[in-house]
Design a protein around this ligand. Sequence first.
Ligand code: PGA
Length: 272
Amino acid sequence: MTQQRRIIVANWKANLPPGEEVALAGEIATGLAAQLATTAPHVIEVLLAPSHVGLVAVTSLLRREHPAIGIGTAAQDASATEVGAHTGESPATHLVGIADAVIVGHSERRRERGESDAIVGAKLARIVAAGLRPILCLGDDLIDGGERERAAALSNQWIAALAGAAGLGVDRTALLAAGLVVAYEPVWAIGSGRPATPAIASAAAAAIRASVGSDLPILYGGSVDADGAAAFLASRHDDGGRIDGLLVGGASLSASRFLGIIVATRSAASGR
Ligand code: PGA
């Protein structure tokens, strides 16, 4: 049986100055090297998403000091604008050669920066046009909602983002060809210490796959820690509800907690 590829992303948000991000990346790489000494290297893809100011330094460290470990990096965002006179912006094309992927549409940006689905869609288009892989965050704020309500909310978000991307000439086929990954991140679970249940995450994953019309990779994010990680990854995988990986915020700020999540991911993968 072929092993399912897992994707584990550390989203460091704006928590650490660049020097601490570099130190944390080094600790994670060293810990991962020890794990890899006893396991197959390519079953789990690990991506670190430092702040924009730390991204180049973290990518350089990983390439220079830990090239054999295969840890990649992701940017936490990219601009909806093109290259040009846009003070303070980070165009997607400037991330080429630095980041392997770009997170887009995180709920913190939607909430704090007023990013609409149209803006998220424009960013998706820029990321794909630059040849980078988008990790699109979708999430509901329906803590007490039912499965159908959540599915409708996620579908609406996807359709609106897709329309935004189409406005810049990037369609669904192009998004999928770019390796689109969707992270299901319920707003009520992020940073709350109360993750969604694996059943909720799995139902959301099935709804997203049905809406996108593709068996694309889907991650879960929202208060993930080592003790709950395996349950998400072991959730239903025959009917579209498969969870392929995790987007980790708070627990990724500690090398030992993040490495614990990777250990749990390994055991979930080999227990199949
Ligand atoms: P959290 O963040 O793990 O701290 O809940 C997840 C995220 O926002 O990506």
